[in-house]
Design a protein around this ligand. Structure first.
Ligand code: NDP
Length: 313
């Protein structure tokens, strides 16, 4: 039995291939690992490890049972609505990935709080720029209180900030005010002036960050989108910035990546761009859990970090 790697846009697949084989051997199994499209015996493939794979590529493996994302998100997998129901889907949940996301968000939130973007401009003009209000008062709202949302919420609470979280179900995180479901969204938005999107991309959350939502935000809200580009209706953000519903936006993810050279976001004075680097999966951290899940699947045991096919996350 064997594993296939399908991630045509990644350039370090040889490394993944070697490390997956080594890890399987370390965990007691010799498992062939192939990089698609070079798969000598497709009927032996039981597991596919994928990132933005061509959907059709999976259908050439008649014995496929398990599809693992190479990252935390599974939207690239769930967008294929034809997958047979017996395929199980898993994703990566990893401390390092979580810490890395929280560090990005801490840098963004603290920088905004302390107005750090203003000083390089003043310095260029040899201006002292002393202010009696060197800190912006902030109240943070986190859309999506899963693995990543909960970690950053805890860290921001520890720093003394007011934090609210929005999720499907009610959460009990010390110091975090929980808002659950659509009927509580408006109240949630009214509490906060820094809005962080950490929702998974699903049929329900596509286009979640739209003009209607922005209109319900507190004037001048600082928007941070580190989830997926398809959460944001890009034209609506431009309108919301113009009207002042949103004051500044920090975007790590975009409808089209890389962001096209002629996109209006590049030169917008109130948009800050990072190139989808908020948190990147490290193969060495992900590979042990991928192999552990392969062995669990082969033994008919319950998988770790399994995705709910109905919920799409
Ligand atoms: P989780 O699946 O652990 O958490 C998802 C959270 O969103 C849950 O709290 C869930 O609520 C909530 N949620 C889902 N749908 C809705 C909805 N319709 N309304 C309200 N709440 C909803 O995900 P992670 O925290 O691990 O990751 C979140 C996303 O971050 C990933 O899907 C990925 O797209 C993105 N990401 C981006 C990276 C980057 O570098 N920019 C890196 C890593 C991840 P409940 O708990 O009640 O079910």
């Amino acid at each position: 039995m064997a594993i296939v790697l399908i991630a045509p846009k990644k350039n370090n697949l040889k490394y993944w291939q070697e490390k997956l084989r080594e890890e399987a051997s370390r965990q007691g199994e010799e498992v062939p690992v192939w990089v698609w499209p070079e798969v000598p015996e497709p009927e032996k493939i039981k597991m596919a490890v994928v990132w933005k794979h061509p959907h059709q590529s999976l259908y050439q493996f008649p014995e496929l049972r398990l599809v693992s994302s190479m990252g935390a998100g599974v939207d690239h997998i769930m967008q294929d609505k034809n997958m047979p129901s017996h395929w199980q889907i898993t994703r990566i949940v990893d401390e390092q990935l979580t810490r890395s996301m929280s560090n990005y968000l801490l840098a963004a939130v603290l920088g905004y709080h302390k107005r750090m973007e203003e000083y390089p401009l003043l310095q260029q003009q040899n201006k002292w720029g002393y202010s009696d209000e060197p800190e912006r008062p902030i109240r943070i709202g986190i859309l999506g209180m899963g693995t990543l949302g909960t970690d950053i919420a805890r860290k921001l609470v520890a720093l003394g900030f007011p934090v609210s979280g929005y999720s499907h179900s009610r959460k009990e995180v010390p110091g975090v005010r929980s808002f659950a479901g659509q009927p509580e969204l408006l109240d949630f938005l009214q509490q906060v002036n820094v809005l962080i999107c950490l929702l998974p991309l699903t049929s329900e959350t596509r286009g979640f960050l739209n003009l209607q939502l922005f209109k319900n935000c507190r004037k001048g809200t600082f928007l941070i989108n580190v989830a997926r580009g398809e959460h944001l209706v890009e034209d609506d953000l431009l309108q919301a910035l113009e009207k002042g519903y949103i004051g500044t936006a920090l975007l790590d993810v975009f409808q089209k990546e890389p962001l096209p050279e002629v996109h209006p976001f590049w030169n917008h004075p109130s948009i800050l761009i990072t190139p989808h680097i908020a948190s990147v999966t490290q193969p060495d951290a992900a590979i042990p859990q991928i192999i552990a899940n392969y062995l669990r699947m082969m033994a008919g045991e319950k998988l770790q970090n399994q995705v709910d096919r109905q919920k799409e996350y």
